[in-house]
Ligand binder design. Structure first.
Ligand SMILES: [Zn+2]
Ligand SMILES: [Zn+2]
Length: 367
């Protein structure tokens, strides 16, 4: 790791890369008086607010198909999420192989959509200060470059993380409890801003489309039939008239169960450590990710739904490479599908071969 370097001109930066040919390039999110000085002498001037949304933090149904781990001690291996201890020898160190799967990257995108909504609607950041990037691997980065965020310390950034996760909403549950004791009719009144609005609309959507199983899955066991039969009325009463306690057989506990479920759905699953770190290093836009050969690449916020990382972040567009593949799931680069492979020698377009090699799943066949 080469650190504490700076460049004031692009040409200097490029010759810096030429000196060491790094596999990965990062820059600080912080601004310093003396970027090349030791950490304690740099003179911290502020930092951008950064978010990392990575499939590693989001449970998906497909990790069993494409993620593998091997115990470093006894070499026992398995699929899916890496265990804490090896089931055979109790070892604690593993070699994990993850995969930049499209479904996993899409789930990271869904979390990014929620984050951007919160940043723009609740915090009021202008879209010209919010930058969205594909990370080059299994997720997205969001950088807020606004003078208002630069001086924020780690505690203030922690508050933002909590808000994005909806963590402070516990207070909201306590408030419900207090009002209930006093017998208030408006025990569950929600206003029309921020998380209140998000929960209100989310509960309405949940109710209107709820099946018997949906209600059971959030823990509602009583009055299920009554709720299903009257869901339009219930949704209208609480959303339009705020008459929470007036629905027969549906108490505050029921509302809380739905509210907790909605909170889980609406909160954005960001990497909390990245956002609270005021000295964070983050991958440089336009450089290659050392685990995929794909580029970290910026795109307009409005393109999030149609941005295609497996086409638009591809760096190597020419030639082919002959590789022997140990194992790989089916994957796509551009318009072409590849794999699945198991102990096979294949000639692949460079981008596909680079991905497999960097993922430790293939080696070049020397001819
Ligand atoms: Zn083991
Ligand atoms: Zn997946």
């Amino acid at each position: 790791m080469i650190r504490h370097r700076s460049a004031t001109k692009i040409s200097n930066l490029i010759s810096l890369f030429g000196e060491s040919v790094p596999s990965d390039v990062y820059h600080s999110c912080a601004y310093y008086e003396n970027p090349e000085a030791d950490m304690d002498k740099k003179g911290w001037l502020g930092a951008d607010l950064v978010f990392d949304i990575d499939a590693d933090h989001i449970p998906t149904s497909c990790d069993k198909i494409h993620d593998e781990w091997t115990c470093g001690k006894c070499l026992f291996s398995g699929k899916g999420v890496t265990p804490e201890t090896c089931p055979v020898c109790g070892g604690l160190k593993f070699k994990a192989k993850s995969w930049p799967c499209e479904r996993c990257v899409d789930s990271a995108r869904d979390e990014t959509v929620k984050l951007l909504d919160i940043l723009e609607k609740d915090f009021g950041f202008s879209s010209k200060h919010v930058h969205v990037f594909f990370s080059g691997h299994r997720g997205y980065h969001v950088h807020v470059e606004d003078e208002a965020v630069k001086p924020l310390d780690a505690m203030a950034r922690r508050e933002i993380v909590d808000y994005v996760y909806g963590s402070g909403l516990l207070g909201f549950e306590e408030r419900v409890g207090e009002k209930r004791k006093k017998g208030s009719e408006r025990a569950f009144s929600l206003h029309d801003f921020g998380w209140n609005k998000r929960i209100k609309l989310g509960m309405q959507n949940f109710l209107l489309s709820a099946t018997r199983e949906d209600l059971r899955s959030v823990g509602i066991k009583q009055n299920v039939e009554a709720i299903l039969q009257n869901k339009e009325t219930i949704a209208k009463r609480y959303i339009e008239e705020n008459r929470w306690s007036n629905v027969k057989g549906v108490g505050t506990e029921t509302w809380l169960k739905i509210a907790r479920h909605v909170k889980e759905l609406e909160s954005a699953k960001i990497d909390t450590v990245v956002t609270t770190d005021i000295h964070r290093l983050i991958r440089m836009n336009g450089t290659l990710h050392g685990k995929t050969g794909l580029k970290k690449i910026e795109f307009p916020v409005g393109r999030l739904s149609d941005f295609d990382p497996f086409r638009e972040a591809v760096a190597f567009k020419e030639g082919t490479v002959k590789v022997v593949v140990s194992s790989a799931p089916e994957f796509r680069i551009g318009e072409s599908m590849f794999g699945p492979y198991k102990n096979q020698t294949v000639e692949l377009p460079t981008a596909a071969a680079v991905l497999l090699i960097l993922k430790g799943r293939a080696e070049v066949v020397e001819e």
